[in-house]
Ligand binder design. Structure first.
Ligand code: ZN
Length: 473
């Protein structure tokens, strides 16, 4: 692109999906080793903005030590006669895409979760100042979003300064999220889709409804509407809701069609309010994951910032790996924190009644949205660190899933007519360290087995003639 002649590295869409591994990185900003980091966009009055101004508060790239992780904040301030504060979220989310256009510069996640890396190669090519990154952002923002008339960029790498602005940024995000609450999915006829993450997860389409934030937690339905109107050819588009096929699970004909089209027929069906069956796809930038724990028949939740292993013995990164990539993984569900505040949150699975464990930090943030009678029944790492401890905690506190354990036991004992003709989502029905099976004269032993089934038929040898079958959801 000729508009970047004075930038020492290439700039273009082709670099969007580029990953920079630790061995290839010169320095990184934010990420898991740095607690305070943020990106923020603000709409200002024209007289407050000096167009094209780039400010660096703290050490610049060339003053940094190779291999280190730095505190980081980026503030984008914009002005223009048609700009409203409602557009701040949309503008802010573009930082992700535009940073990734820069060769050898990687941007992951959003808001207070950002993680950026500069490659050794690009540093050696001369990308040694935030001035260049600021220039690229300034030009891309103004050419892609012409309603931005003036824009200035400030980079913060001074640790103390980042710390002091971090809390303010959190307050701004909270206020923005609170503004978007209240509208119901039933009250609108349009949803919005976001394909911004397809560079990393090619079959992923975020479906953004009033009561379901984007996975990244950075785009509300209002943001979606604003983005689609100011940049109709951009990554955020309108989805006509169409016919409601299932109110409980959240299936809509228009959503199915849009997702099918945008995922090139890879995904044909989406249930918005459940982690089972056809759950919403998960990109890679989700703020947290809801993961099914078969031993207690409930969902655990773990967020990106959680450092320890979660209650099932797996770290966030491991759970995220088995969830991400634009797939629909039964029982693994990438979510935003704001979605946990929604009445539609895992509605078809029982909502908060089905949540059994989450880190204390997240619980504090969403506490006011957990039904009062359940708050003390949902465990954190302070209550349970293993599944066994969790079982004991849930029993002791009489968590609603415990009631379900009894039903399960009864269901297995009773014979239930199995053929309903309805498609039943698969979920693990048997989990065992060793599971011996006998078939056709062979004995097969499965180690660490998880069996997924649409229907379970249990026949004891004695009742073989009666042919008892047990249907199970
Ligand atoms: Zn994403």
């Amino acid at each position: 692109m000729s508009m970047f002649k004075d930038i020492p590295v290439d700039v273009g869409v082709i670099y969007e999906g580029e990953r920079i591994r630790r061995n290839d990185m010169y320095v990184e900003f934010g990420g898991p080793d740095i607690k305070e980091k943020f990106e923020l966009a603000r709409v200002k009055k024209p007289e407050e903005i000096e167009d094209g101004k780039i400010t660096i508060v703290g050490p610049d790239l060339k003053d940094m030590q190779e291999g280190k992780s730095y505190s980081f904040g980026i503030l984008i301030e914009v002005a223009g006669p048609q700009l409203e504060p409602e557009l701040e979220g949309v503008i802010e989310r573009r930082i992700h895409a535009y940073c990734n256009f820069i060769e050898g510069f990687m941007h992951l996640n959003q808001r207070y979760d950002i993680w950026m890396r500069l490659s050794k190669k690009s540093f050696q090519k001369g990308l040694n100042s935030f001035e260049y990154i600021g220039k690229v952002l300034h030009r891309l923002f103004k050419s892609e979003l012409p309603i931005i008339e003036k824009m200035q960029v400030t980079f913060f790498t001074d640790q103390e300064k980042v710390k002091s602005l971090y809390d303010e940024a959190l307050r701004i995000y909270d206020a923005r999220d609170a503004r978007a609450r209240g509208l119901k999915d039933e009250e609108v006829d349009k949803f919005y889709g976001c394909a911004l993450c397809q560079s990393f997860a090619p079959t992923h389409v975020c479906v953004i409804t009033p009561q379901r934030y984007s996975n990244c937690g950075a785009i509300s339905w209002f943001d979606g509407r604003a983005a689609a109107s100011i940049d109709p050819k951009g990554p955020v588009f309108t989805i006509e809701k169409g016919e409601m096929l299932d109110a409980e699970k959240g299936e809509f004909s228009g959503v199915n069609e849009a997702v099918k089209k945008k995922s090139l027929s890879e995904i044909t069906r989406v249930w918005l309010y459940t982690g089972f069956g056809y759950p919403h796809t998960s990109c890679g930038c989700f703020e947290g994951v809801a993961f099914y724990i078969p031993e207690v028949d409930g969902f655990g939740i773990v967020h990106r910032g959680y450092k320890e292993v979660s209650v099932n013995g797996l770290a966030f990164s491991t759970i995220a790996d088995s969830t991400a990539g634009g797939r629909q993984v039964d029982g693994f569900h990438g979510i935003s924190i704001e979605y946990m505040r929604s009445p539609k949150f895992l509605q078809a699975d029982g909502g908060w009644k089905r949540v059994v464990w989450l880190p204390k930090e997240v619980k504090e943030r969403v506490k006011d949205f957990i039904p009062a009678e359940l708050v003390d029944k949902v465990a954190t790492e302070e209550d349970a660190k293993t599944v066994d401890e969790l079982k004991a905690f849930l029993k002791e506190h009489n968590h609603p899933v415990v009631e379900h354990w009894k039903e399960e036991a009864i269901a297995v004992a009773e014979a239930v007519p199995a053929e309903t003709g309805e498609e039943v989502p698969t979920m693990p029905v048997v989990t065992a360290a060793t599971l011996p099976l006998t078939a056709g004269g062979f004995k097969i032993i499965l180690k660490d087995a998880k069996i997924y089934a649409k229907k379970v038929i249990i026949r004891s040898e004695k009742s073989e003639k009666k042919g008892e079958s047990v249907g199970k959801k």
